[in-house]
Design a protein around this ligand. Structure first.
Ligand code: C5P
Length: 216
């Protein structure tokens, strides 16, 4: 089917930030808007894929034809990703919080007047790296990497460390986080491509076109 080249393929995408609660009213978060991941979900669905979009807390509407699973924390995102397997292609776009509070207070933590208690943190699981080692590893596994310097070097190191097939490195030194445009380099085992700055939906369409070429 020429107009629906991803027909019959299951594409699993994570998007947005995660929120890691500290107590009932406070959390650790980051500036991810989810826009690039949602644009990818839309582009994959337009290409005919069955799309599962695991979304952290974002203010975006669900693209047409996409199955969305809302999560809050990294641990919830990891479970939702595993529950969505098997997938032919996985694109991990989410800006997963690196750390969560060691323990969450059931009650709001009160000011005590004296010095505040330091926040104890625990590392979150790496969902992308875990998927690379999973017995149901998707055939094509793509990670993102937000970098501000030595983009290709850092992305190549990340490709090896995480065990994924491609890294889409975005230069976040400008207003990429939350912004409308993205400037990316695609790093694979065999080389790298440097794309001009493009609107996020256009980055998504080109990435989906590259995926279609890869699996054809
Ligand atoms: O290590 P870093 O956070 O730069 O890696 C970014 C890539 O790894 C992204 O694809 C992101 O979705 C994924 N990631 C993940 N789980 C984490 C941290 C990052 O899936 N805990």
């Amino acid at each position: 089917d020429r107009h629906r080249p991803l027909r019959g393929k299951h594409v699993l995408i994570t998007a947005g930030p995660t929120h890691e609660p500290i107590d009932p009213v406070r959390y650790i978060a980051n500036r991810s808007s989810g826009r690039q991941g949602f644009a990818l979900a839309a582009a994959a669905a337009e290409a005919g894929a069955q799309v599962t979009l695991v979304a952290g807390p974002v203010h975006l509407s669900t693209p047409a034809g996409v199955i969305r699973v809302d999560v809050e924390t990294a641990l919830e995102m990891e479970k939702a990703v595993h529950d969505a397997l098997p997938a032919d292609i996985a694109i991990m776009v989410a800006a997963v919080a690196d750390w969560r509070a060691d323990s969450q207070s059931g009650q709001k933590i009160k000011k005590k007047g004296a010095a505040p208690e330091p926040l104890k943190l625990t590392e979150n699981p790496d969902i992308l790296a875990g998927l690379a080692r999973h017995e149901q590893r998707p055939g094509l596994l793509i990670g993102f990497a937000a970098e501000t310097q030595k983009i290709v070097q850092h992305a190549q190191a990340k490709l090896a460390k995480k065990g994924c097939d491609w890294i889409v490195a975005n230069d976040v030194s400008g207003d990429v986080m939350g912004g409308a445009n993205n400037s990316v380099q695609i790093i694979t085992a065999t080389g790298s491509e440097n794309w001009e700055q493009l609107p996020k939906p256009e980055v998504a369409r080109r990435l989906v076109a590259k995926i279609i070429e890869e699996i054809a």
